[in-house]
Design a protein around this ligand. Sequence first.
Ligand code: ADP
Ligand code: MG
Length: 447
Amino acid sequence: MINEARQVWEQMLPMLETELSILSYDVWIKSIEPLDIRDGKLVLMAASEWGKNTVNTRYLPLIKAAMNRANSLLTDVEVISKDEKDEFNEQAETFQIKEEPISIAPEPMSISLKYNFENFVVGKSNQLAVAAARAVAEEPGLRYNPLFIYGGAGLGKTHLMHAIGNSLRDSHPRLKVLLVSSEKFVNELVKFIGFKGNGSSFRDKYRSVDVLMVDDIQFISGKMATTEEIFHTFNELYNANKQLVFTSDRPPKEIADIDDRLRSRFEWGFTADIQPPDLETRIAILRKKAQIQKYNISMEVLSYMAECISSNVREMEGLLNKVILLSQLNEAQPSIELVREAIKDYSQKDEGEITADDIIDATCKCFNVKREDLLGKRKTRDIVEPRQICIYVMTEVLDLPLATIGNIFGGRDHTTIMYARDKVAQSMSQQKTAYDVNNVKNMVYKK
Ligand code: ADP
Ligand code: MG
């Protein structure tokens, strides 16, 4: 059973890693040692009493959820400290251990446990989208099909999609639910088309699901060759009363270069947008996020933070985490001063004052590349990556038409700029890209 414990734990680790901040994962989770499985209970050992208490108060529900996914036959989890190990081993001798084989069948990690309806704050800006998402989770395939949710970056589209998935797992556990990024979806499709019909796995996989959710569907724009197959896949699912859910950063009519039939298919069911949250909702979101981390922050400080960042919940969360970290480092309660300290990096320069040159300079410095290379034609990887990041930051920070950005980059076409922007946006979930983008931005705002 000791080996089984290790096997289960190893499957749980990547799930926990995606759910937790790097800091929490490194400090609290990586140091845990799986000890044994006893009577269906997974026993874990934390390095210290402090570790045991922290894991028990903060991470137990997440650990349990990951364990249920890794092996649904396990019923409970117990965390002990290193000091309790001897006592635990002695007990083992008096135990009757049932050596039931436990089948280990990992489920693909498509739905994040972190995002559910309970921890999604509802306000005027998103209530329609939430109501539709809940209805879909209750009665998939019946109403609102397809459900199309759109809105700006960091406003909770992906969160809602995972919430639908989690809720479905509880209320309709037998349904086959698949959540994919549009990038993955298109990649698999392209591979399938490459097989010229010999490999039917794409069709089998996608057409056998009960609920298909595709995140950031706007990225299929411009991939005309594949939109026909996509259209047929969605159509078949729809006709079989299977539920479809899409998210996008823009409404269907603004997704360029897709099959018109596909566009009208998106518009067929129910389209809901999410707007930036008002102040009250922003405060409620910050409060919830602080609660989740078991942090008590005064109303005054929460309101101040909510005033500082208005249009992107992800950035607001970033600020909150920074404030929490600073307060831990300084062993002080979160205060307005700490918030000021935390936003110093990006508040020294107002967005309005930033120019394309500032962003180019910052990119050159961060990546140590020459300006003429960045703006020129060279296509080696060490130049292309910084160039794409630079373009992405420009589209985020500056209010410039894509064609103008194209001119800055040596007369490139606006579609090239769009491609670069979307490519980076698509990989923002990867740590390296997010890090590079933030690095450039920090440098820009610091100047
Ligand atoms: P999008 O997919 O729209 O870019 P996400 O769903 O990734 O945005 O949300 C970004 C972050 O903001 C996530 O951590 C999410 O939990 C949080 N968030 C956004 N809106 C809300 C909300 N109304 N309540 C709670 N958290 C939210
Ligand atoms: Mg998203």
